[in-house]
Write a protein that binds this ligand. Sequence first.
Ligand code: AMP
Ligand code: MN
Ligand code: MN
Ligand code: MN
Length: 280
Amino acid sequence: MKLTDLHTHSTASDGMLSPTELVAYAAKKQLAAIALTDHDTLDGVPEARAAGEKYGVRVISGAEFSTLYENISLHIVGLFLPETSKKISGRLEYMKNARDTRNEKMLQNLRNEGVDITMQELKKAFPDSVISRAHMAWLMQQKGYVGSKNEAFDRYIGNRCKAYVEKESLTPEETIALIKEAGGVSVWAHPLLCRLSDKNTEKMAERLKNCGLDAIEAYYSSHTPQDTKYVKTIALKYGLKLSGGSDFHGSIKPGLDLGTGYGSLAVPYEVLEELEKIKR
Ligand code: AMP
Ligand code: MN
Ligand code: MN
Ligand code: MN
C-alpha cells in the first residue's frame, strides 16, 4: 500500500534530522510523500523539496502553528503553503521575533533559578533552528542541570513552572483564515492531545469547522484504533476531511518513528489525494 506522513519536523524547528536527512529517511521507509510541518517556519521546505527530487519522495510544504483558544492550546497544521505568500512569511517572521523575545525572558528566568544556559550556546548547537523549549531542555540536560528533558519541563520550563513565559500566538480562527488566504489546507493536529471531554472535542470541531477548518488528524502516533475511529466519526459528523501523520521529531522523541509512529501507524496515500482536491 502506498503510504504518506503529513506531520513531521526537521532541524528547521525542533526535529533532529536535517530536511535532507528526513527525506532520505522517508525514502528508506518507503513513504511516497511527506509533509514537512515545522513549528512556525517554512525554512526547511526548499531543502526538503530538492531532496525529494533526488530520493523520489513527494514533499508537501507545511507548518504547524500553536494557537490559543480561551486557554486551550490547539495546534493547527497548514498544508500546501506557498513559500512565496507575503502574508504567511510576514506572519512567520513576526512569530519568530516574538519567540526570540520570549526565549530571552525564559533564559533570564532560568538564570534567576541558577540554570545558566545562553542563546549563544543554543544557536551554536542548533544553528538552523527556530529555538524552542525542546532545545532549552536538551541543553539543560547536556550541561547537567537536569537528568532528563522531562525533568527540565517538570521543574523549570513546563507551563506554569517558574521559568515559563507564554508564547505569543494567534487564535485558531486567525490561523485558519491565514492558511485559507494563502491557498493552503488547514488541519486540527492531534485533537485528542487537548484532553477535552468528548462533548467539548465535538464542540471544538464544530467551532473550527465554522471558522473554515478543512481537516482533522485522524491518524496519529499515539492513537489507538478506537481513537482513530472516534476522530473519523467526528470528521464525518462535521464535514471535515481526514489527515494523518506521525509528528516525527527524530531521536528527541524516542520510539516515535517516521511513517509508523509507535509501530501501528499507517497513513494511506489517498488521504493526501483527498486533501489535495480541496487545495485552493
Ligand atoms: P515551545 O514552542 O517553545 O513552547 O516548545 C514546545 C516544544 O517543546 C514542543 O514542540 C515539544 O517538542 C516540547 N515539549 C513541550 N512540552 C513538553 C514536555 N512536557 N516534555 C517534553 N517536551 C515537551
Ligand atoms: Mn515539537
Ligand atoms: Mn503539535
Ligand atoms: Mn508537531
